[in-house]
Design a protein around this ligand. Structure first.
Ligand SMILES: C=C(O[C@@H]1C=C(C(=O)O)C=C[C@H]1O)C(=O)O
Length: 112
């Protein structure tokens, strides 16, 4: 799925690349849209970090190691699949997820 999966025909679009509703927005409106998305991204990162902190507490209680390579591979595979589904660069998305995983592990180790 991508932003192009709408019921618009090519004739109703300004160009082949950009949906008509985005074309019609002013630069300021488009930047507001970006600001909203950026806030949502940070909110999602905060949620992910919060859940990972809870996982870290469970691991500590069960005397399990911080790093779980099998789980990390599953996260990376899922990131790649989702990137393909939404037609964004899989390597870029995977690099972002590698960073998120490393941030969580640093935090998990510091809280032990
Ligand atoms: C959050 C976890 O701990 C670590 C961090 C992970 C992540 O941020 O996705 C994945 C695996 C672990 O190395 C987990 O085990 O699920």
């Amino acid at each position: 799925m991508s932003y192009e999966d709408t019921d618009q025909t090519d004739e109703t679009r300004e160009t082949d690349d950009v949906p008509a509703e985005l074309e019609e927005m002013s630069l300021d409106e488009l930047r507001e849209e970006i600001a909203d998305i950026d806030r949502e991204l940070v909110e999602l990162i905060a949620r992910r970090t919060y859940v990972a902190d809870t996982i870290a507490e469970v691991k500590e209680r069960r005397d399990l190691p911080t790093t779980d390579e099998t789980q990390e591979q599953a996260v990376m595979d899922r990131a790649g699949e989702n990137a393909e589904r939404f037609e964004v660069d899989a390597n870029l998305v995977k690099a972002i997820f590698r960073l998120l995983i490393e941030l969580n592990k640093v935090e998990q180790r510091e809280s032990r």
